[in-house]
Design a protein. Structure first.
Lengths: 352, 352
DNA sequence: GCCGTTGCTGCAATCGATTGCAAAAGGTAG
DNA sequence: CTACCTTTTGCAATCGATTGCAGCAACGGC
């Protein structure tokens, strides 16, 4: 049922119907009642597409996350959706799947859909497309990860602080043979967590060995592989920092499989306090992010943009250390080799 | 930049430009090159809204999940998104937040957006809206939960089987004082898991006591509360079946807090093999669902509908039992009261 | 040389709702 | 009674792309 059909049926013009719906005060009370009754009776709904075309706006916002399966991003997406749906906006949520191509594709698609703004976690892809969208006046809000595009809003974590908290916790427990599994260089989160960690260690006079520096892709499988490699070193680390929750799951698998005891043989600390971190054996010490705030703040920045703000705003959120039981003081072993050879023997042998 | 502006600049008609983009074979090679070069240069993108209006279709599909934070649903959503984006479709993902109102609101919104179909997990709300959409010819595909609307496609789990697997596992370990935390009656998942469980116990001559039957709302908090109540009974259960992953997290909290040892004092089995279930202490015995299949099959059913199928199809997926370490044989205590009083003394006292 | 065909391009209508402007009706003041 | 204002409704253009139909040119066959 279209506006015109309804108008014909009521013997009124389409304009009147349209006004009765969107600006009721302009229509005589009696007419209005009659129209609304008919609308109700026929279940008429304005065609959102036609409306958007005419109004030149869509009441839709685009969200691109790099992995919808990752609870961090699904939580952020949910927070955004909740915020904007209260205002009658809807979300087109895209999953870039950590792929730059898919990201570029999603951006094009959202642009075609004429969304009012795009909130996205940069996946390292197409800065050109971003630049063009920005030039066209599309509000762009980055979450979690930063492209190097100037002038866009962003909600970020103080990754260096997070990495420092992790490093200092491990150093404080006496660890010196410390390894990291970080993310891709092309992502700010990957870079900053690595550099922040390196620097914090350096401040304490500890150098982060290349051998102990693994670069994954923030997905489970790479966490598994990286950790497996570290375990095969002649002098495996006594402590491990894993830079996101997905890779942490992989690390956990690798450690289980190798029969390594946490924290007795290796201390494990990682990023992002997923809900289950506290139920794991052992409960995980982690660097927590204010996950829902990412979404809420991003939505907020979006509204401001819509209401005329033109100056870019960057909000930095703070991580915090949550101490549980996956980190322990380094075992006072006679020599570095002990732990390694103990592992080879497997199981509980490393008890000392 | 619009089609008309571009046309004027090139001294061609809009029709030719349009054809050069969407049906290149109809345009002379030379003209086509010239047009495509200009398109590239100006970064012209067809206005998706106008295109949709004219074509009378949107290349958009709506997805409503009942809780985007729940890894089950985010995984399903991702699977759907991945499937349809390969075909140039985009997803509008809505979160009903387990609220019937929000669900109705989302349905209206998707209808206005003229999506090509809606894949949704019924939240118990507005069957009227669903019925109207169905009457209008909107492809409707239900996942996980079933409304009582006839004629719609659905991808469901064999919940009764899942519940039976859980019951038989517990029975096989000798448990008789068995409790359940299930979901709302208004949801098929809640009902079927409860009834299936009850029936499976009955088959073994065990009755599911009212005292042992808790109805939650599939969210973490209700799992916590229900479990806490069960623990305060004079004769607490020796085994507990929790009917979804969110409530299971709550149950875990409650058990931890009460210092109850799993599985020594209580055996725990629950639904949905979230990735972390195997890292928990103890690794959780669960009923696994083929999560990604839900999304893939739903997308498949959607395509079929688009391509003309009119007969409703219901696909039932099978759960499976994954045995880990959260269930143990019932402790051969002299009398039923022992366990209860042991708990009151707290901690490891119940070791017997 | 004429006609039919093929290939390319343009004209103009169309999708459905919105909105500036104008017309008609009713009311009030001078 | 006229002039003017207010309220209510309708007319018609508009948003931007698509597409059926027609026009035109070039070419080949007879």
């Amino acid at each position: 049922m279209t506006l015109i059909e309804l108008a014909r049926e009521l013997g009124l013009s389409p304009s009147t119907i349209s006004r009765a719906i969107s600006r009721p005060d302009l229509v005589a009370a009696e007419t209005r009642e009659r129209i609304l009754a008919a609308v109700e009776a026929h279940g008429y709904r304005p065609n959102g597409i036609a409306r958007s075309l005419r109004r030149g706006e869509s009441n839709t916002i685009g969200v691109i996350v790099s992995d919808l399966k990752n609870p961090f991003y699904s939580t952020v997406a949910k927070a955004i959706e909740n915020q904007v749906s209260d205002h009658g906006y809807s979300c087109v949520i895209c999953d870039a799947d950590e792929s730059a191509e898919k990201e570029a594709h999603a951006l094009e698609l959202l642009a075609q859909l004429k969304v009012r703004g795009i909130i996205h976690a940069f996946t390292g892809g197409d800065v050109d497309t971003l630049r063009r969208l920005q030039a066209e006046g599309m509000p762009l809000i980055e979450i979690d990860r930063r492209s190097d595009l100037p002038g866009v809003d962003a909600v970020l974590l103080d990754n260096a602080l997070g990495a420092r908290l992790a490093a200092e916790h491990l150093l404080g427990l006496g660890h010196r043979r410390i390894a990291i599994v970080s993310g891709p260089e092309r992502l700010t989160t990957g870079r900053q967590r690595l550099e922040g960690f390196r620097k914090a260690l350096a401040n304490a006079g500890v150098t982060l060995d290349d051998e102990y520096t693994e670069i994954g892709d923030f997905r489970e499988a790479s966490g598994y592989q990286a950790t497996s490699r570290l375990l095969q070193l002649d002098a495996p680390p006594t402590a491990l920092f894993v830079a996101n929750n997905e890779m942490m799951a992989g690390a956990l698998s690798a450690l289980r499989e190798a029969g390594v005891n946490i924290p007795r043989q290796i201390s494990l600390i990682s990023f992002d306090d997923v809900r289950w971190a506290k139920y794991v054996d052992p409960p995980l010490t982690i660097i927590a992010q204010p996950t829902e705030q990412f979404g809420a703040v991003a939505a907020e920045l979006f509204w401001e943009r819509l209401h005329g703000r033109t100056e870019p705003v960057v909000r930095i959120l703070s991580p915090s250390l949550v101490v549980r039981e996956s980190c322990a003081p380094v075992t006072p072993a006679p020599a570095g080799e002990v732990a390694a050879s103990a592992w080879r023997r497997g199981g509980d042998a490393g008890k000392v």
